[in-house]
Design a binder for this molecule. Structure first.
Ligand code: ADE
Length: 254
């Protein structure tokens, strides 16, 4: 196994390159790819930057140039449903591009000529990712997220959700917009800007992937400020410890 680990922002991948054994940097397509051993797993870490094209380019490069066999995307997202709160964790069960609309030629959300609106991540990998997220909340959360931060973000017993993740080239900061996406997309739990692009690339190239999002905001009028605060203070701890647990688990795989 060779695991590609993508995040959009530096804060979402902080500490991973430092945790790598024998890291080697390669610059390609204006991005830094770090290859090395991460908790006994052969891994390549990279920042995609933001948006679907950036993510698709990065995922493709990981597969075609770096030979990764599996891809993990970690980062933050906006809540896509009222039951999902800031500090909760979402593991994608399916991904859709919410700004894809070639109607009336094709149904809304369908990626033309694929016949698909939704792309499925790998079940096994996603199950392991959920387990890593649960373990983080049960075993690392109180130790790694300080009291002050837990209070500031009202992180009261965060939960793990499995469900639909919607990606688009938009930072959603409008309550009415996220409600209309929730109405149009049953099972929606998070909105973000990259996951469904990675899922489409992985589907087309036959590479298993999994997508993790920690909820940083409610995708409403307060989203920009909430997002910035969350990313600056706690997003890195979530991503780092969940990735660590996931790699350890994968290393134990027969
Ligand atoms: N990532 C984190 N929060 C987001 C939001 N509200 N919209 C899109 N992407 C996000």
């Amino acid at each position: 196994m060779r695991l590609g680990i993508i995040s959009a922002l530096a804060e979402e991948q902080q500490g991973l390159v430092e945790a790598m054994r024998g890291p080697a940097k390669l610059i390609h397509g204006m991005r830094e790819y770090w290859a090395g051993t991460l908790w006994e797993i052969d891994a390549v870490c990279v920042l995609s930057r933001i948006g679907k094209v950036a993510a698709a380019m990065t995922a493709t490069t990981l597969v075609e140039k770096f030979g990764v066999t599996h891809i993990l995307f970690t980062g933050v997202g906006g809540a896509g449903d009222k039951t999902v709160r800031v500090g909760d964790i979402v593991v994608a069960e399916a991904l859709v591009q919410h700004d894809m609309d070639a109607s009336p030629l094709f149904p809304r959300f369908e990626v033309p000529l694929t016949g698909q609106t939704h792309f499925q991540p790998d079940q096994q990998l996603s199950l392991r990712l959920s387990r890593a997220a649960h373990d983080f909340l049960e075993r690392d959360f109180l130790e790694t997220i300080q009291d002050g931060e837990r209070q500031a973000f009202r992180l009261d017993q965060p939960r793990v959700h499995r469900g639909l993740v919607a990606s688009g080239d938009q930072f959603v900061n409008d309550g009415a917009h996220v409600n209309s996406l929730n109405d149009a997309l049953p099972g929606l739990v998070a909105v973000e800007m990259e996951g469904a692009a990675v899922a489409q690339v992985c589907y087309e190239l036959g590479v298993p992937c999994a997508v993790l999002r920690t909820i940083s905001d409610n995708a409403n009028e307060h989203a920009a400020i909430d997002f910035m605060r969350f990313v600056k203070s706690v997003a890195a701890q979530y991503a780092f410890h969940i990735t660590r647990r996931m790699c350890r688990d994968l290393a134990d795989m027969p």
